[in-house]
Write a protein that binds this ligand. Structure first.
Ligand SMILES: *Cc1c(COP(=O)(O)O)cnc(C)c1O
Length: 519
């Protein structure tokens, strides 16, 4: 076997395969190299067949099958190909994942067990309502739990992600203004720390955004808010609404939120709350009580349904009574004690209509309700308490080593920056890559945009103190080495990951979207 180069630098043993011919890039220990299927050697046979001997004559007289350029791989080889690639993927099931704002927490297996019950897993969206009463009843129950937890009584389960929920919510606001002939309202107030989906959604709904600067304090200053509210009309009569995340993307609770909501309501605008960060509040306070008119929930964040590869997202919206007539259909209607149905198309004339086929991501509804019911009201309260405690623990342990742009306490995530390390040449990107070297997913980096070199850390409520401590130890060691000038290594990390340090600029400027044979 031709040897790949095994590099041993102290603690780090890594494969340096990149410059080897494909045939000798080797698998070692748990590191399993895998080329593209197309890069595997092309041959005239596949699987356990051997190449035909010289002078072999086909005596059947049949036409020989010609190669049509597909990779010659057998079932076990295909299996290994994809399983090996999947082992290069990092997930919440194999390590710490403190990605701020994303709430990468454990997805309890109880949820999975319930979603796989044949009565839930094997039904079809076109089945008659009479035949799927249990499923409709479950969705009705979920609507009720969401209404109870948020203080927003009308719930539409159909949106398929957070961003889709934002669209549903802002279209609901627009529908309300339109049906009230209040069409002069064309601005939506958005703080500069907002998630990018907020201004994008407002613009997609035909509004212009007006930015509120929060950079100084990390929170919306009441004066700046008033300035934006009354900028082009002394009564704010041209303001459609505001989109605010609370706690915001700096991990801070908006302390003046009630006053801001009152001012907005006086001006006739609606308050859209981006509820992606609801795991900081659930069971403790209800957004409906601080003036929210409409909010989406990320079931795949707060309520523990899988993100991405593990399943589709789900972003139900919940609204105050004032907006209830306008929400998308279909809602689940309870007809009598044990009879449910989906609203018919057009049944509620004021509704903005359908935004999604059928009834939404039913499998996620099962998982979310399973999570809520298995926690109960005391358990859900503990969720937010633990989320906030964990983030504050990280903040307290790291505040002497890293710059803290806005003093704590924080909510469910803490915000640091690379300001202290930058003088030593170590940046947020280097810190993130060093965490990869240590087998952890990095925190959210360079977001929110209001802080240079931002690092937004959300340990989540499901992480043990031991795991959080390991992260803190690594973060502290980075700060110590940076202070001591021991920095050269940071620019090469990760050296043990399959793809090493990527040239991100080149990847963005010269993306290779298609494989070409290099001969
Ligand atoms: C995750 C997130 C969203 C978007 O949710 P998706 O399900 O990814 O579309 C919106 N706002 C905030 C603050 C988020 O963290």
């Amino acid at each position: 076997m031709a040897d790949a180069v095994l590099k041993n630098d102290g603690d780090n043993i890594s494969m340096s395969n990149e410059n080897q011919p494909i045939a000798v890039r080797e698998t070692r220990a748990l590191y399993q190299y895998e080329p593209l299927l197309w890069e595997k050697e092309q041959s005239d046979h596949s699987g356990t067949d051997w190449t035909a001997p010289d002078n072999f004559k086909n005596r059947t007289g049949q036409k020989q099958r010609e190669t049509i350029g597909l990779p010659q791989v057998s079932e076990p080889e295909v299996m290994r190909h994809f399983v090996r690639l999947s082992s290069w993927n990092y997930s919440i099931d194999n390590g710490f994942f403190p990605l701020g704002s994303c709430t990468m927490k454990h997805n309890p297996r109880l949820n999975e067990k319930l979603a796989r019950l044949p009565g839930f897993a094997n039904i079809h969206p076109l089945q008659r309502a009479e035949d799927v009463q249990g499923a409709l009843g479950l969705m009705y129950e979920l609507q009720n739990w969401i209404a109870e937890l948020t203080g927003l009584p009308s719930v539409c389960l159909t949106p398929a992600a957070g961003a889709h929920g934002e669209l549903a919510g802002m279209m609901t606001i627009k529908r309300a203004h339109d049906l009230n002939n209040d069409t002069a309202r064309k601005y939506v107030l958005v703080p500069d720390s907002a998630h990018g989906t907020n201004p994008a959604t407002a613009v997609m709904c035909g509004y212009e955004t007006r930015t509120i600067v929060t950079k100084e304090t990390g929170r919306i200053p009441v004066e700046a808010f008033k300035e934006a509210l009354y900028k082009t009309d002394p009564k704010g009569a041209d303001i459609a609404g505001m989109m605010v995340t609370n706690p915001n993307t700096c991990g801070l609770f908006e302390n003046d939120i009630c006053e801001l909501a009152d001012l907005l309501h006086e001006a006739g605008g609606y308050f859209y709350c981006d509820g992606a960060n609801f795991n900081a509040l659930v069971g403790k306070i209800r957004p409906g009580d601080f003036g929210v008119d409409v909010m989406h929930l990320n079931l795949h964040k707060t309520f523990s349904t899988p993100h991405g590869g593990g399943g589709p997202g789900s972003g139900p919206i919940c609204v105050a009574d004032s907006l209830a007539p306008y929400v998308p259909s279909p809602l689940i209607v309870k007809e009598s004690d044990d009879s449910y149905r989906l609203e018919e198309n057009g049944e509620r004339e004021t509704s903005l209509g359908r935004l999604k086929g059928y009834q939404g991501q039913f499998g996620m509804h099962v998982r979310a309700l399973s999570y809520m019911m298995s926690h109960g009201s005391d358990g859900l309260k503990r969720v937010s308490e633990d989320a906030v405690l964990h983030a504050n623990y990280v903040l307290a342990c790291l505040q002497d080593d890293y710059h803290v742009p806005y003093a704590g306490p924080c909510m469910h995530e803490c915000l640091l920056s690379d300001k202290t390390q930058k003088e030593t040449g170590v940046t947020t990107m280097d810190i993130a890559k060093t965490l990869v070297e240590h087998g952890m997913h990095p925190m959210t980096v360079y977001f929110p945009l209001v802080v240079n070199g931002a690092m937004l850390i959300e340990p989540t409520e499901t992480e043990s103190k031991e795991n959080i401590d390991r992260f803190i130890t690594v973060m502290k060691s980075i700060a110590t080495d940076a202070r001591a000038g021991d920095t050269a290594k940071f620019h090469d990390y990760p050296i043990s990951a399959p793809r090493k340090r990527l040239d991100e600029v080149k990847a963005a400027r010269e993306p290779k979207l298609r494989w070409k044979e290099t001969a």
